[in-house]
Design a protein around this ligand. Structure first.
Ligand SMILES: N[C@@H](CCC(=O)N[C@@H](CS)C(=O)NCC(=O)O)C(=O)O
Length: 261
């Protein structure tokens, strides 16, 4: 087995780089993160959703620096440096992505009706517990199955199809527990309301393309994958649809509510 891979691109890119840059000024609430890390992304999403002022500090957790280890003896990201308690001077730290997410949700207000990403216990203890149950399903079923499939190699004792089926089974169980679209009026676990259940899953949902990229058959049919071009090319060609400027027969028909050609 090779040693730990410490070579990682040193900083975020794209939208994440812009978000990190907007939060680079010193602040007494600090997220120590790695741009690539899905556990970090959970905490980052909560900071973003609740517009919480903070400082983002990029670290490589595979080259554990003294600053990170002083806050988190496990040396993992995300690590959150929390301002000192009232009357105190020592900064405090929290880690474990879901603990960090719940802390941020409870300690800071938010934009929606009660400002909470997890239903408050006072409002609906059952719904809160049900959300935590499905967050646990994400962490204990979907996430391990994602890695088991991604880490499948031909010499494994399980087949790639077993790994793929297990991941899809866990995703289907999750989908069955979601609010039906027609009842909730929205695409999220609770329907219209975005919650910590969605936060817990989103980083891996956004990384599912890696299975298609690295594994034979991926999560898509090979025939589908082998007939696709690079994503950026679709972004370019679909711009005229997204801005509703296309003069194609399909575009015109949709605009007029007519049958597609
Ligand atoms: N259970 C932790 C997992 C965090 C985790 O594994 N982070 C990775 C980066 S994605 C890490 O810091 N790895 C450092 C290492 O493996 O030494 C959480 O939910 O926060």
């Amino acid at each position: 087995m090779a040693s730990v891979d410490t070579s990682i691109h040193p900083h975020a890119s794209g939208a994440a780089a812009e978000f990190a840059a907007r939060h680079s000024a010193p602040h007494d609430l600090r997220l120590y993160g790695g741009w690539f890390c899905p556990f970090v992304q959970r905490a980052w999403i909560v900071l973003h959703e609740k517009s919480i002022p903070h400082q983002y500090i990029e670290v490589n957790p595979y080259q554990k620096g003294a600053e990170l280890l002083a806050l988190n003896p496990r040396g993992l990201v995300p690590t959150l440096r929390v301002p000192p308690a009232r009357g105190g001077t020592e900064p405090r730290a929290l880690y474990e992505s879901l603990v960090v997410c719940e802390y941020l949700d409870e300690a800071y207000g938010g934009n929606d009706e009660d400002g909470r990403l997890l239903p408050a216990a006072e409002a609906d203890p059952f719904e809160r517990a049900r959300c935590r149950l499905w967050i646990d399903h994400v962490s204990s079923r979907i996430v391990p199955a994602f890695y088991k499939l991604l880490q499948h190699t031909p010499e494994k004792t399980y087949s790639i199809n077993e790994a793929r089926d297990a991941l899809l089974d866990h995703i289907q169980d999750f989908a069955r527990a979601m609010a039906p679209v027609e009842e909730g009026g929205g695409p999220w676990f609770l329907g219209a309301r975005f919650s910590l259940v969605d936060v817990a899953l989103a980083p891996w949902a956004a990384r599912l393309f890696l299975i298609d990229h690295y594994k034979p058959g991926g999560l898509e049919r090979e025939s589908v994958r082998d007939t696709l071009s690079e994503r950026i090319r679709y972004v370019e060609v679909y711009k005229r649809y997204a801005e509703d400027k296309t003069q194609s027969l399909v575009g015109k028909a949709t605009r007029e509510g007519a049958r597609l050609p």
